[in-house]
Design a protein around this ligand. Structure first.
Ligand SMILES: Cc1cc2nc3c(=O)[nH]c(=O)nc-3n(C[C@H](O)[C@H](O)[C@H](O)COP(=O)(O)O)c2cc1C
Length: 317
């Protein structure tokens, strides 16, 4: 599948997850087979008002390409200004967040609240697409309001009209947040309604769930979030399945190598500040290991690079 003229061999995308998908994790996922990644969400207003923290999130390293910068906001001109400004980080494409359920954004008419106004979604996409020279995609949910069954179809067609090059669809409503089962029928309905590629998202964590998403929706690609958290090798598992190859989980030594690589990048990039965030990753990597409950407590107390490395050595033997 393509986004504009960028080719994605299998259409395997890492989902943006604020606080999780930093440079280190994104590049580890790319090394494991993810073909496209997205930055954590960047506030268009923040960029407009010159907030440096917002811009830092938009940086992309060369080992995580192709990559999209995801922006959020509700005002077409500010969104366009932000995208134009962030073009200096050379994303392969921009993605517009139309799915975030966090009350702080929704109250401002941003994130999933945009889905209440397909017309505004179209104007935002149009403004951003005309401000930048790379493709623009949108990431939507099933709906913002539970009663609005056809919301995703209306918003997707409006975004296509505005110039979107692909539509990412997470099959949950705003009120579901990340709970319950993602609805694949809504992804199938969006796929039938638009001509641009549709990428299905929600609950994929194996080749089998990838296949179910593809077969039940007809989607062109898939996006994986929590299924890759602590298991970035889910991408290689899916690629093995696509190629009809037998897949064996990475050995403990291989898992250790991946997470050491990630930790090394985190420390180089964020120094001591990265340790707190990395602890959450480490917990995910340790899921299912013998004595997980005790480990959970120990990991939450790690504060230095040496203590993290010692903990990794103690678990991954
Ligand atoms: C902790 C967390 C942070 C997230 N942050 C973002 C975000 O910044 N932008 C976005 O579009 N979606 C965000 N999402 C939603 C995911 O991209 C994805 O749509 C959702 O997790 C469903 O996919 P999954 O079942 O594969 O995890 C976030 C999800 C989680 C769990």
């Amino acid at each position: 599948m393509n986004i504009g003229n960028i080719q994605f061999r299998h259409g395997l995308f890492l989902a943006p997850m604020a606080g999780i998908t930093d440079h280190a994790f994104r590049s580890v996922c790319v090394a494991c087979g993810a073909e496209g990644v997205t930055t954590e969400l960047v506030s268009a207003k923040g960029v407009y008002y010159g907030d440096k923290k917002s811009e830092i999130l938009a940086k992309i390293n060369n080992n995580e390409r192709p990559a999209a910068i995801q922006i959020f906001g509700s005002e077409p001109n500010i969104m366009a200004y932000a995208a134009k400004t962030l073009s200096r980080y050379n994303p392969e494409y921009f993605d517009i967040n139309m799915g975030c359920p966090v009350p702080k954004l929704v109250k401002n008419g941003e994130g999933s609240a945009l889905m209440r106004s397909p017309d505004l979604c179209e104007r935002i996409v149009y403004a951003v697409a005309n401000a930048v020279s790379v493709p623009v995609t949108v990431k939507i949910r099933k709906s913002c309001d539970d009663f609005d069954e056809d919301s995703a179809v209306k918003v997707a067609t409006a975004c296509e009209k505005g110039g979107a090059s692909a539509i990412f669809v997470h099959g949950r409503t705003r009120s579901q947040m990340y709970t319950g089962v993602a609805d694949k029928t809504v992804i199938a309905r969006v796929k039938s309604a638009v001509t641009v590629p549709v990428i299905g998202n929600g609950d994929i964590n194996s080749y089998e769930s990838y296949l179910a998403m593809k077969q039940e929706t007809g989607c062109d690609g898939v996006m994986i979030g929590r299924g890759a958290y602590g298991s970035p090798w889910v991408f290689s598992q899916i690629i093995a399945g696509i190629n009809g190859e037998e897949y064996t989980q990475p050995t403990v030594a291989e898992k250790k190598e991946i997470l050491l690589k990630q930790f090394d990048m985190v420390v180089k990039e964020k120094g001591m500040n990265g340790i707190r965030e990395f602890r959450h990753h480490l917990l995910q990597y340790c899921k299912g290991f013998h004595g997980s409950a005790k480990l959970r407590k120990e990991i939450s107390l790690l504060t230095t690079p040496k203590s993290v490395l010692d903990a990794i050595d103690a678990v991954f033997v």
